[in-house]
Design a protein. Sequence first.
Length: 429
Amino acid sequence: MEDLIVDTDQFQLSQTDFIIRILLAIGIGLIIGLEREYSAKKEETESFVGIRTLVFVSLLGFMGGLMYFLLNPQVYLIILIGAVFLTGISYYITASKGDIGTTTEFSVLLVFILGTLSFLGFIEISLMATVVTVVILSSKFRLHFIVGNISVDEFYDFIRFVVVTLLIFPFLPNQTYGPYDVLNPREIGLVIILTSGLGFVGYILIKFLGSRKGILLSGIFGGLVSSTAFTWVFAKKSRENVEIAHSCATAILAASSIMIIRVLLWTYIFNRTLFQKIFIVFLVVFFVGIAVTLYFYFKQRNQKVSSTNIPIGKPLDLQGAFSFGVLYTVILLVVSYANDQLGDRGLMLSSGIAGLTDIDAITITVSKLTGLNFDMNLAARAIIVATASNTLVKMGIGIWKGSSSLRKDLYIGYGIIFISLIAALIFFI
């Protein structure tokens, strides 16, 4: 049996674990110290910490943890107070020279704590905290640039979004009401937050990355969350300013293509056999969608925009988000009524109706029930029908809410994607 360096009732530490953890503590000091030293040289300022200093600080936290168990808990407290005291002296000296920032001082104390966490074996927490710390420290100028370019309206819209998300949404009841017992205030609230949040993130990306790059990235992220909500938000943006209509169409098609990944992910999680059945089909549809997206992307990239300062609408469109929530609720009731009246007439029709509101729910349901209530081929066809139905809904939203330029692009793009789905249903299943 391996010898233990620490062997108490509260804590045991083997030699191997000791070596791994002390190397981790050294690595944490090296990484954060490297960032601090590089930043000091880049800004041409003096700093009392660098690579070696923060390695020693991390080791000090590590050894303080060791002393806690080998000698006395008060020893660790004394070491911690000493580290805080020395850091305070450093801040006093730098502040007297006109540098009143406290980022470096707080990073020193954080490295000390991370050294202690490394000793205690919280490896994942230590690594995650180190990565987050380095990202924040190295993003100083980017963050200052963003803050410096935020308007008063954008700031207050952000506050409104926080209020809705953190103060109203958590208190919505998470239970069903109304006809067919399908109206869940928490789920409807989530749809509203999701819609407004996508619009807000899209606004930020467009503002700081430009209309074309920002919208396309929004589409990729939107497809991972809700391509339907994304279509609603950016179809409206295309009407607010026709100059970004082609970019909005590209992003909407990108979101719909990324949605295919979600379908495959759910089937992989809940039914591996069904996943293998539909993988080739949806892979083909995915590549068709990506090809269409790339076509429109390169097409609109070559088009000149007359204005370099394109208005992109309001940061937060809560009214539009509530409208989408109402539409979602209405469709939910219609779907429930149709399913109640049709009964067991066919999984195909039920899947088509369910796809009007959500592709995830029907995909998970079919994946779970395959092999119990219906066979593999029927399940595969049902998921394809739901996907085609959802595609038609997004096309309808785009045509209804979007500009004429957007409608033309979506007719072509969604038409090709829809035809590929039907072809897959006929030839592959």
